[in-house]
Design a protein around this ligand. Sequence first.
Ligand code: CA
Ligand code: CA
Length: 212
Amino acid sequence: MEMLSTLLPPSKPLLKSQRTCHSGHLARRSQRGLTIIEVVIAMPVVLVALGMLVQMMSTGGRLRDAGREDGIASTAAQTVVEEMRNENFGSLLALYNSDPLDDPGGPGTAPGNTFNVAELAGLDPNLPDLIGEVILPTWNAGSVVAPSWQIREDVPNDLLGTPRDLNGDAVIDDLDHSGDCTLLPVVIVVRWRGRLGPREIRLCTVLAEFYG
Ligand SMILES: [Ca+2]
Ligand SMILES: [Ca+2]
């Protein structure tokens, strides 16, 4: 053993600076490796989070647009009702039916039973411009080419609440009440194709004639 120790020089202990350099190198390698692993693990998470954020922003945008469309449609329907309230009660049938020939101011001068909401009609070029409709408890006693519109109590319509008494005699009959009705149920419908697809709002009300 004495001989071996003589022949083989004793291994030199590492200097402190050498140990520090070696361990620092290992640490940097470890750190670099961990950083790459972390990036690889984090990338899908970041991508999923970004995807969810984009989806949330897109959904939020569609909902905001749909809310704005509903507001436009509601305002348009309410405007038509206000215009009807400002008209002579006895002229409402002629003003808001589909026959332009009986318009009180001359043929084609009345609003009729349809109306346009330009901001909504423009969303889909395939839809007609007239996307609003006025529905009254009417009955055509004439024909398609020569209509004769009446106000009737016996027309079944859930939205209008008919059959119902419209002239205050507590009787529901099948007569024409365009000359003596005191209540006129009205439904305003607006249909359009918006950001969330086909949409529709209905405004149901009852106009009444008041005697001063
Ligand atoms: Ca008319
Ligand atoms: Ca009646």
